[in-house]
Design a protein around this ligand. Structure first.
Ligand SMILES: Nc1ncnc2c1ncn2[C@@H]1O[C@H](COP(=O)(O)OP(=O)(O)OP(=O)(O)O)[C@@H](O)[C@H]1O
Ligand SMILES: [Mg+2]
Length: 468
């Protein structure tokens, strides 16, 4: 017998004699049986023994009593498989009402209605009880074998239904578990796809940087020489011109000694034709502008060089990020002064292994960009720092213009700028990206158009291989 075997039967009938009959039918004396088995065994051997189900019969003489027994059986976790219910019980509930109450408590209970009278038609019964699949009718007077067979098949039916429902719930659990596993697997797959996509875009980014780096190194090298002599020539030219000015002054002063009015007139008209006074004013200005221009070109070339080689002659050092931020803020203080208030939300950070001047350059780019993103109204630049496991992070958040998502896609691209010609080379962020990657860190951005932008730089505290 397994745990689902259930031979428990409840008889609800107000006639005590019926209970005796049922007892005789369903509970044959044990000894008789064993004698019978022994005889059978002697005749046919052990294998011929017939399994006679052993029922457990409880009696109730009224509907309410029957209900109490069913409730108790459920409490004890020993439910009845089957109830025989008399239809006509003058005291208390009749059979139909009793069955209604029993099923309210235990819908699995198989029921046989025992009746001698046609108090209800079969149709009425079914309509009231809604239990087509759990209800049989036994007309009195009944046959013993009929009762026995009903008990046999209906308790077996209870067991099968129970078994099916256990299987069903196991199956449901299995389906749920498989669905859960499937969901987890698909989430893991999605994560992997996302990671791959991110890696791919990083790869594209670093390939872009690498090829640009080569180009930049070549261009920087080629341009550096002419810049050198142009700028030195401009310096010399400036000096020569100032001597020429002195000379012209001297000539002009000596004109007083010229007696010939004709020569004096010629000189005057020539002076007017070449606009000597204007030239004397304008040439120094042109030289000054050219010097500024060439120094700007020099700065771009330096950026390009930094970008391509990210100054390889530097040494890895243990440095304090906070100090770097402070000194950078001092340098750019002028740029910030009229544009934004700087709010500092730092926590104490450990020293990190880095190339300090490059990290400062990253901070400077971010802070200058933040200041440049401000509109006519004064804004806020918030600098936050923190630590997470083996990393430190720094955030530069501004209340500036923010960016549309298609701009955000391009900001780390070399030479991408939205600033007017002469104001931005578009190298700040690609340089910063290269530096942060070189440190084994990460730089991310979140931005909302019209609201502001936050850049977050994450850097490892310790470098994996401390060589440049
Ligand atoms: N904090 C910010 N708010 C809004 N837009 C920004 C911000 N930071 C960067 N950007 C956008 O990203 C572009 C690229 O920035 P990046 O620093 O690389 O170059 P740049 O500032 O234009 O020029 P450079 O830094 O070389 O002077 C900027 O032109 C701007 O459009
Ligand atoms: Mg910039």
């Amino acid at each position: 017998m397994n745990s689902l075997t259930n031979r428990r039967i409840l008889l609800i009938d107000d006639t005590p004699a019926i209970h005796d009959d049922f007892r005789k039918i369903l509970l044959p004396p044990v000894d008789d049986n064993s004698d019978l088995y022994l005889m059978e065994a002697a005749l046919f051997g052990q294998t011929a023994k017939i399994e006679i189900p052993v029922f457990e019969l409880d009696s109730a003489y009224q509907g309410q009593e029957g209900l109490a027994k069913v409730c108790q059986s459920l409490k004890d976790n020993r439910p009845y498989a089957l109830a025989f219910v008399d239809m006509r019980m003058p005291q208390g509930w009749d059979g139909v009402e009793t069955i209604e109450h029993l099923w309210e408590q235990d819908p699995r209970l198989q029921v046989v209605v025992c009746t001698a009278y046609a108090d209800y038609s079969w149709d009425e019964l079914l309509e009231r009880l809604h239990g087509h699949d759990r209800l049989l009718i036994l007309k009195k007077p009944f046959d013993n074998i009929e009762v026995h067979q009903l008990a046999n098949t209906l308790t077996a039916k209870w067991e099968m239904t129970e078994r099916a429902s256990v299987q069903m719930s196991k199956l449901e659990q299995l389906v749920e578990q498989r669905t859960h596993e499937f969901k987890q697997a698909s989430e893991a797959l999605q994560r992997e796809i996302d990671e791959r996509e991110q890696l791919e875009s990083q790869l594209v980014q670093s390939e872009k940087l690498a090829s640009l780096g080569q180009l930049a190194a070549g261009v920087a090298h080629e341009i550096n020489n002419p810049i050198g002599f142009i700028s030195s020539n401009l310096g010399t030219l400036e000096g020569y011109f100032s001597k020429l000015q002195d000379m012209l002054d001297a000539y002009q002063r000596s004109e007083e000694g010229i007696a010939s009015t004709e020569i004096l007139e010629r000189l005057k008209s020539m002076r007017e034709r070449v606009e000597l006074d204007f030239l004397r004013e304008d040439i120094p200005l042109l030289i000054k502008e050219s010097k500024e221009g060439i120094s700007r070109v020099g700065k771009i070339v330096k950026d390009l060089k930094d970008f391509s080689r990210v100054d390889s002659n530097q040494e890895w050092q243990w440095a304090n990020l906070q100090q770097g931020i402070e000194s950078t803020l001092n340098i750019v203080a002028n740029e910030l002064k009229y544009k934004a208030d700087v709010i500092k939300e730092y926590v104490d950070l450990p020293d990190i292994e880095c190339l300090p001047s490059q990290i400062n350059q990253v901070i400077m780019n971010l802070v200058v960009n933040a200041a440049q993103a401000m509109g006519p109204q004064r804004g806020k630049i918030t600098l936050r720092s923190g630590m997470e496991a083996e990393h430190v992070w720094l955030e530069v958040a501004d209340t500036g213009s923010g960016m549309a998502s298609d701009t955000v896609q391009k900001i780390f691209d070399p030479f991408f700028t939205t600033k007017p010609v002469g104001q931005g080379t578009g190298l700040g962020l690609s340089l910063s990206y290269g530096i942060v990657k070189k440190h084994g860190g990460d730089i991310t951005v979140s931005s909302e158009l019209g609201v502001g932008t936050t850049f977050r730089v994450t850097l490892p505290i310790r470098q994996q291989h401390s060589s440049t």
